[in-house]
Design a protein around this ligand. Structure first.
Ligand SMILES: [Zn+2]
Length: 266
């Protein structure tokens, strides 16, 4: 009996390349693939970016890819048999001569925050960062705002970070909002950019100075007694002073960034 085979398009064995992921990129891999080299199936003409994402790692978390020791871009096509090393964003290592895949850091980092991270959004605003957030964003809206306003996407949805249009993003690992704030500050090296008391935690609008005389009537008596500096949100009218929220933020930062937090109120 003759078995069927197509003489023109024989079923080629699937090609593989050897991958190894470094540092926190391992968090995205299946446990058996972590911190070890493994063979990853690659289709003909497949880009190294597609191969990396097929292993579960969003491209936004990758800063450097070495194929057989040479740094390549995301579009590099694998042919099979290569050794591929994939690195996350290096924070303070000098690897300048190599081809970085991340765009240069933004001078004034701005964020767009996924629906399930409302507490983190408020914490970031409290620390002074521009963070758009709504509890009903569709993924498409998040991607659109990230692109049009050059915002960094913060999410715990790795599929969102795999969207082609998303250039800057961070997969938030922590589940506690206080820890998430510290995680984002560390990930984007924002320690020197904290501006507490400068932005409304509810509507993300920049605060303006307010005279004690002007806002005094609306303040609880103890606040009127103990505080002299006030700021007002032109959006919602809330009054801010260096009270409870400010102290809580200081505690969060002190716990998470010992010796690093340089809070400067404006
Ligand atoms: Zn407001």
């Amino acid at each position: 009996m003759k078995s069927y085979s197509d003489p023109i398009f024989p079923a080629a064995p699937r090609t593989t390349a050897e991958f190894r992921f470094y540092e926190e990129l391992n968090d995205f891999l299946a446990p058996r693939l972590r911190k070890t080299a493994f063979a990853l199936g690659i289709d003909r003409g497949r880009s190294v970016k597609d191969a990396i994402e097929s292993a579960g790692v969003p491209h936004t978390q990758v800063d450097l890819i070495l194929v057989d020791g040479v740094s390549v871009g995301f579009g590099h096509v694998l042919r099979g048999g290569e050794r591929v090393a994939v690195y996350p964003v290096f924070e303070r290592l000098d690897i300048a001569p190599l081809q970085h895949l991340r765009p240069a850091p933004l001078r004034n980092p701005r964020f767009i925050i996924d629906t399930h991270l409302g507490k983190l959004a408020r914490h970031l605003r409290l620390a002074g960062f521009d963070g758009l957030w709504r509890n009903d964003y569709a993924d498409e809206e998040i991607v659109r705002l990230a692109v049009s306003e050059q915002r960094i996407v913060l999410t715990r949805d790795r599929d969102l970070l795999k969207r082609r249009a998303v250039e800057r993003g961070h997969f938030v690992r922590a589940t506690d909002a206080d820890v998430q704030l510290a995680e984002v500050i560390c990930a984007f090296q924002l320690e020197g950019m904290l501006r507490p008391f400068s932005r409304c935690r509810e509507c993300n609008v920049a605060l303006v100075d307010a005279d004690k005389a002007e806002v005094g009537e609306r303040l609880p008596e103890r606040v009127r007694e103990f505080y002299n500096r006030f700021r007002r949100c032109p959006g919602c009218g809330r009054i801010y002073w260096e009270g409870t929220h400010y102290k809580r933020l200081q505690r969060m930062l002190a716990l998470a960034l010992p010796g690093k937090s340089k809070m400067r109120s404006e």
